[in-house]
Design a protein around this ligand. Structure first.
Ligand code: GDP
Ligand code: MG
Length: 300
């Protein structure tokens, strides 16, 4: 066509730039010790974390809280680089007095926002500011019969205000299918009752999203929290495939089998369908709110 000038290639140009730069995803693990946090993360990214291209460096977050540890992994898929940082927070809810045991986590989130803001406001600011902002907090709920504890409610209230929180039901192999369904219903009721805003948000009027995406988020929300099972062991299924699974006295559990647990849904959610939205929502909503508050306070 004669009036074609080719500006539609801008999408390819943008893609090339973004691919070259790579993406950073910072995931914080929250929950009492022994709930399978480390195991699940290893299960989630197993094929990547222990392959040769995966680096395994540990960096110290700024103003380090004694218990918070960050592990970094670079993953590559079809030329796209994902810098994955896992923020492990052992010690949460392990004390005799758990009052304000979420404070170090809130402080960590805030410190990263603060650091980003300072770099952004620097007269000679970097072209690409290293992003340490927490994009997702995976919150582990214990497999039980009553749902959230008082501590869960308090911690979730605070966390959901500053970071994208994705709740999961930990070690769900310890519940029957019926107990699992009941717990899920209880938790969904509690989220509503206590007004806990879980990610993905009910952003019906968000003009960044297509109507399909809005519907998809609605479907996802009805499935939360994902009931997950983690395992560091490789098992052989009756069909002869080798998969991640748990071998028990009564048989084997294949963590990748969606009829047994929702691990695959969680993985797809984090790495396939919502990876970019987690990053963007952190920047446009959580960081923006922090930034506005800080800059307004400065002016007063
Ligand atoms: P963390 O303290 O939250 O990091 O917990 P770990 O990942 O270290 O796991 C604590 C223990 O629970 C280990 O013995 C794991 O093998 C076990 N475990 C982890 N995930 C699961 C699970 O999904 N189901 C069951 N039954 N045990 C699990
Ligand atoms: Mg651990």
């Amino acid at each position: 066509p004669t009036n074609y000038v080719g500006f539609d290639t801008i999408t390819t140009q943008i893609e090339n730039r973004m691919v070259k730069r790579g993406f950073t995803l910072n995931v914080m693990l929250v929950g009492a010790s022994g709930l399978g946090k480390s195991t699940l993360i290893n299960t989630l990214f197993s094929s990547h974390l222990d392959d040769s291209c995966g680096r395994n460096t540990v960096y110290e977050p700024i103003e380090r809280t004694p218990d918070i540890k960050v592990t970094s992994h670079d993953m590559i898929e079809n030329n796209v680089i994902l810098h994955l940082n896992i923020i492990d927070t052992p010690g949460f809810a392990d004390q005799i007095n758990n009052n304000h045991c979420w404070d170090p986590l809130l402080k960590y989130v805030k410190d990263q926002h603060n650091q980003y803001l300072r770099r952004e406001l620097n007269a000679s600011r970097e072209k690409f500011i290293k992003d340490t902002r927490v994009h997702c907090a995976l919150y582990f709920v214990a497999p039980n019969y009553y749902g959230l504890s008082r501590l869960d409610v308090q911690a979730l209230k605070k966390l959901t205000e500053v970071v994208n929180v994705v709740p999961v039901i930990a070690k769900s192999d310890t519940l029957t299918m019926e107990e699992r369904a009941n717990l899920k219903r209880t938790l969904q009721d509690q989220f509503k009752h206590y007004n806990l805003r879980m990610y993905p948000y009910n952003n019906q009027y968000d003009d960044r999203l297509t109507s399909e995406e809005i519907q998809f988020n609605k479907d996802i929300r009805s499935m939360l929290p994902f009931a997950v099972i983690g395992s560091e062991d490789v098992i052989t299924t009756p069909k002869g495939e080798t998969v991640r699974g748990r071998r028990t006295k009564w048989g084997t559990i294949n963590v990748e089998d969606v009829t047994q647990c929702e691990f695959v849904y969680l993985r797809d959610f984090l790495t396939r369908t919502h990876l970019y939205d987690l990053i963007e929502t952190t920047s446009l909503q959580h960081y923006e709110a922090f930034r506005t508050k800080q800059l307004t306070a400065l002016r007063e």
